[in-house]
Design a protein around this ligand. Structure first.
Ligand code: UDP
Ligand code: MG
Length: 312
């Protein structure tokens, strides 16, 4: 019998879990041809999520949970899940029922037909502010133009991954994780299906604009060196112009003489070049920061307990 794991990262989801669990049980009962595993990752919730998970585990041995020692973020929580699921395939789903579990049988159907990565694309983005929609659209445009592979818009973490994809993702141990890019990066046979995204069932979204901005920077810097190249090109063009201008000023001074003028030119040049240099330094700094983080080689998450058993 093939085993299917469902991975659910949870951060402050005590209200959503009692609603999600019956939905999942409904799904499992309707598909007895498979062995099922529910893998909840408690990402350092501040509410009673852990207690809820412990209770579920007591009632139902298909429920497993990994409890992280603090909030490491959804990306790291998912990696913890990748390391602990044991299924032949895995479905990643949000705890807030924004991803309908009723779509899972369709994913399984495509998986059985040989697809390794069946991902769900949102038809609409649900209730979201106009600004957030625009910003997200712009971000994908930039990422798309500057990297060599496709990072799809309106496609999130809701997907079914075959064991081979899970094992591939487990090999990517970088600490500033941008999993959405990784799904494309690892390749394998992909299939797109569509769904209508609902609104969060309980609790609130844990993303604010600052986090989304830094997530966007992570996405761009971890998958393309384009900003670095832009700074090189701009730096080159600017120094070329400055050099030509210098020659022009030199010959003008030699041929026509030079009354003491040129103060504005000087200031403009200094400011302009200074600005360009700062910009380039900033971009380089961004990458050095990443190198620094990677060289620390820290684990991406720390597990406190698995199914009640203490690790460490
Ligand atoms: N999540 C997590 N760790 C975090 C933030 C979120 O594990 O630090 C989980 C959360 O419990 C939910 C999923 O990631 O299952 C999506 O989070 P959310 O609904 O807040 O994001 P949105 O749907 O607004 O993108
Ligand atoms: Mg959500």
């Amino acid at each position: 019998m093939k085993k299917i794991s469902i991975l659910i990262p949870c951060y402050n989801e005590e209200q959503s879990l009692p609603l999600l669990y019956p939905e999942l049980v409904k799904l499992i009962d309707a598909n007895p041809d498979y062995e099922w595993e529910l893998m909840f990752v408690n990402d350092g919730s501040k509410d009673n999520t852990l207690t809820v998970l412990q209770q579920l585990r007591q009632q139902d041995s298909r429920v497993n949970y990994v409890d992280l020692s603090r909030n490491f973020g959804k990306e790291a929580a998912m990696l913890a899940g990748f390391d602990h699921v044991t299924g032949d395939c895995m479905v990643i789903i949000d705890a807030d029922l924004q991803h309908p579990p009723t779509l899972i049988p369709e994913m399984i159907k495509w998986w059985e037909q040989g697809y390794d990565d069946v991902y769900a694309k949102r038809k609409s983005r649900g209730k979201e502010s106009w600004l957030r929609k625009r910003l997200s659209l712009q971000f994908y445009k930039i990422l798309q133009r500057s990297s060599r592979f496709e990072v799809l818009q309106n496609v999130g973490d809701f997907r079914l991954l075959d064991r081979c994809c899970i094992n591939a993702l487990k090999q990517l141990r970088e600490s500033e994780r941008y999993t959405k890019g990784m799904y494309s990066w690892i390749g394998f046979k992909k299939k797109e299906i569509e769904f209508e995204q609902g609104d969060r069932i309980a609790g609130e979204s844990s993303w604010n604009y600052r986090q989304l901005f830094s997530f966007a920077i992570d996405g761009i810097t971890s998958f393309t060196n384009a900003p670095l190249r832009i700074s090189t090109v701009v730096g080159f063009v600017v120094s070329l112009c400055a050099f030509l201008y210098m020659i022009y000023v030199f010959f003008k001074a030699v041929i026509f003489g030079d009354p003491v003028q040129g103060y504005p030119t000087l200031v403009i040049l200094i400011l302009f070049l200074g600005g360009i240099q700062l910009l380039s330094l900033g971009i380089i700094g961004e990458y050095i920061g990443r190198i620094y983080n990677e060289t620390k080689n820290r684990p991406d998450y720390i597990v406190r307990e698995v199914n009640g058993e203490k690790k460490l």
